[in-house]
Design a protein around this ligand. Structure first.
Ligand SMILES: [Zn+2]
Length: 470
């Protein structure tokens, strides 16, 4: 591993994946000034760390354009090969942002789609969540909740609570159309979160997401939660369902906030949410790792080393190696001594899902990661050729079926013509017989008349003979 390019100690960052590359930007780092804007802040935040899939190495890369100022506890997601950043905290006073920036991972150029604007009815905030969805071919960002500056407008449908330190907490839903660059606010139905921060939210389908944990605020009472929420998203509405820990259930992670999470999507299997660490209700650092089965609503605790899970304000990312094996990457975060230090800043773990529905956890060396990637690539190539062959076969089968259908159609036409012909013949036959019967009757009638005449003639003949004899 090129150690100079590996992410240094950092917290309050987010990671995003494009293809099988992982990107890490900003967050709290030693040396990054907690100011609104200066040359040093720009220099440090114009750099992004990238885990290169072909080499398994970290590469630090320079970006061009203007990076956003909200460098801590921002939201970040990837859409195709673009990264989108929303909000964040500058690192001084209560200076929060509501900017939207885009980083092109190919050109590594920043583009500010929306500058921070204190009068926009989108609360300037950090520590919330963001997901994206596609509607009619257009991508939208949906930002939910967070803590930040006093809102310019308190929108109906959402709650805003002022905290003792002067910050505000919200459950505001802000929707941003990336194409028209217009904001909107979906209405909320169901069991929506109260004003909340420091939770984990991840997409599980285009219009479906899962949220776990976080610090919920009700009437200035802060409560870390262990609730799961399932969200159904449309362009105008977000529908919420809350799943609470069932009574007497042990297999459920403790209430927490400032934890990290990622979605495991292994294709045919149902999606799963993996979470680790965070702060508990007593502000102690948790050191566990759990997987939530989104279909069955059940949790499994993973046997992950404390060096991996005992941290908060870190990030989790998951790469699928094969349908039953994923690579979990933990980056940064803090413990009781401050930011997690080397050699534990970046931890790679292999999670294997076995036939009994259980997970086993292993360390993953860099070599192993690369080997696994190579194997995975070979499998992918093999699967692709298999898919292609299957497609060809399906094509042939389709053509054959089409031909068979044509033949059947032709046969049916023949049959119908044949039966039409038969019917016509039968009809003619019937007509013929009627005519014949009529003629027959006429002939019989004539015959009778002839016999009658014959009898008359015989009678006349007899009379004539009698007369002759007289
Ligand atoms: Zn500032």
């Amino acid at each position: 591993m090129a150690s100079e390019d590996k992410p240094n100690e950092r917290m309050y960052h987010r990671t995003a994946s494009v293809g099988d590359s992982l990107y890490v930007w900003a967050g709290y780092q030693a040396g990054l000034p907690g100011v609104h804007d200066n040359t040093k802040k720009r220099r440090i935040t114009s750099n992004i760390q990238h885990l290169s899939p072909s080499t398994g190495q970290w590469i630090a890369r320079d970006t061009t354009g203007t990076p956003p100022l909200g460098v801590r506890a921002y939201c970040c997601i990837a859409i195709n090969d673009q990264l989108y950043y929303f909000g964040g905290w500058c690192g001084h006073d209560n200076c929060y942002h509501n900017s939207v920036s885009q980083l092109d991972t190919v050109s590594l150029q920043w583009r500010e789609l929306e500058p921070t604007n204190a009068t926009r009815p989108v609360m300037r905030r950090a520590n919330g969540g963001m997901i994206s969805f596609e509607h009619d071919g257009v991508h939208h960002l949906l930002m939910i909740g967070g803590t930040g500056s006093k809102p310019a407008v308190k929108l109906q449908d959402y709650k805003y609570i002022k905290l003792r330190n002067g910050n505000w907490s919200t459950n505001e839903h802000s929707m941003y159309n990336i194409s028209s660059r217009k904001w909107s606010n979906p209405s909320v139905i169901g069991q929506c979160i109260p004003p909340s921060s420091f939770f984990v939210i991840e997409s599980i389908e285009n219009t479906k997401a899962v949220l776990f944990g976080g610090m919920e605020i009700d009437d200035d009472k802060k409560t870390p939660t262990s609730n799961i929420y399932i969200l159904e998203i449309s362009i105008s509405t977000v529908s919420w369902q809350c799943i609470k820990k069932p009574k007497g259930m042990d297999q459920w992670p403790m209430r927490r906030y400032w934890h990290a999470g990622a979605i495991i999507m292994t294709g045919s299997d149902c999606p799963m949410l993996v979470i680790s660490g965070g702060w508990d209700i007593n502000n102690d650092i948790l050191n566990d790792c759990w997987v939530f089965n989104i279909t069955q609503h059940s949790w499994i605790k993973l046997d992950v080393p404390h060096s991996v899970s005992k941290r908060f304000a870190h990030s989790l990312s998951v790469f699928i190696m094969s349908p039953h094996c994923v690579c979990m990457i933990t980056v940064g975060g803090g413990d009781y001594n401050g930011p997690v230090a080397d050699p534990n800043i970046v931890m790679l773990n292999k999670l294997v899902f076995n036939r009994n529905g259980q997970w086993t956890v292993g360390d993953m060396s860099n070599e192993e990661y690369q080997q696994q990637l190579q194997t995975e690539k070979r499998i992918q190539v093999f699967m692709l050729s298999l898919e292609e062959k299957e497609k060809k076969l399906q094509d042939m089968e389709r053509k054959e079926a089409e031909k068979e259908r044509e033949i059947r159609r032709y046969c049916l036409q023949l049959q119908s013509k044949e039966s039409e012909k038969q019917e016509a013949l039968q009809e003619k036959d019937r007509e013929h017989q009627v005519v014949l019967q009529k003629k027959d009757r006429e002939l019989q009638e004539k015959d009778r008349q002839l016999q009658k005449k014959d009898r008359e003639l015989q009678k006349k003949d007899r009379q004539l003979q009698e007369k002759d004899r007289e």
